[in-house]
Design a protein around this ligand. Structure first.
Ligand SMILES: [Zn+2]
Ligand SMILES: [Zn+2]
Length: 263
């Protein structure tokens, strides 16, 4: 299984996941030009993409979805509730490009399971991807760690997970009060500490990689996210259990190197 974030944060999110020469995208909140350029940096051609799955209808997740689906002639997968909110924003699609899923799907030969997160959109989901050998847990845009996240994200081989903000930095920062309250609410975004405490419960001996994603440019820094998560994992001794664990931070506008599990 291979994966990478192509862009991450409030200016646009997209993740590529696949196995062999088959891949799909989770969200496309950046332009077609940008997503194809970023895929090329990873040596992945647009023609390898078999679909786009959408986690929720916010602009930073759907900006390029319609245009990319048209260009590559690929389907878009999401739930009825999210389709209801986003369809008019995507432009003209062929009927077969609109795929309504409930909680499960198969994309590029991999099993996909939607996991409810808690966010201020119609619905919002994390995703568990199960390939032939490995499982990847993806969860961003959630104000709390939901029961479904806890139940489904234990023991994955890899994670792409939200470390949006540092709570003190957020309160002391320049955001208007209503926005601070929105971010910190149960339907906002996950803080570094919230995420680290969840990971402490989820990680197992087989966990190899964690990518910290959807970092706020104002209310977090890559160093702060990484040191907070590492500190909490070290204190709990979970770090010792996962001897192969590597943690990285997703860049905002560029991909990180393609992670290939098993190598
Ligand atoms: Zn969102
Ligand atoms: Zn978002």
């Amino acid at each position: 299984m291979h994966f990478a974030t192509l862009a991450s944060g409030s200016s646009g999110n997209s993740i590529v996941v696949g196995e062999g020469n088959r891949s799909f995208l989770v969200d496309c909140g950046i332009t077609v030009k940008k997503v194809l350029a970023n895929l090329e940096m990873l040596d992945i051609s647009g023609t390898q993409l078999e679909g786009i799955i959408v986690t929720h209808e916010h602009y930073d997740h759907i900006k390029g979805v319609g245009a990319l689906a048209r260009k590559l002639k690929i389907p878009i997968y999401t739930t009825q509730a999210i389709w209801n909110e986003m369809e008019t924003k995507l432009g003209v699609l062929k009927p077969e490009q609109k795929v309504i899923i409930e909680r499960q799907a198969v994309l590029a030969g991999m099993d996909i399971k939607l996991i409810a997160t808690s966010h201020d959109s119609s619905e919002s989901y994390g995703i568990k991807v199960e390939g032939s050998q490995f499982a990847l847990g993806i969860a961003t845009d959630s104000g709390i760690v939901t029961e479904e996240m806890h139940r489904n994200l234990q023991g994955c081989d890899a994670y792409i997970v939200e470390a949006n903000h540092d709570v003190d930095r957020l309160w002391q920062g320049n955001y208007p009060h209503f926005l601070k309250k929105r971010i910190i609410s149960n339907r906002g975004h996950m803080s570094n500490v919230q995420l680290a405490e969840a990971l402490r419960d989820w990680l197992s001996e087989n966990t190899q990689k964690i990518v910290l994603a959807h970092l706020s440019a104002e209310n977090n820094t890559p160093e702060l996210a990484l040191t907070t998560v590492l500190k909490i994992l070290r204190e709990s001794n979970v770090r010792k259990k996962c001897s192969n664990l590597r943690i990285r931070v997703a860049p905002r506008a560029l991909p990180h190197e393609l992670i290939v599990l098993g190598k």
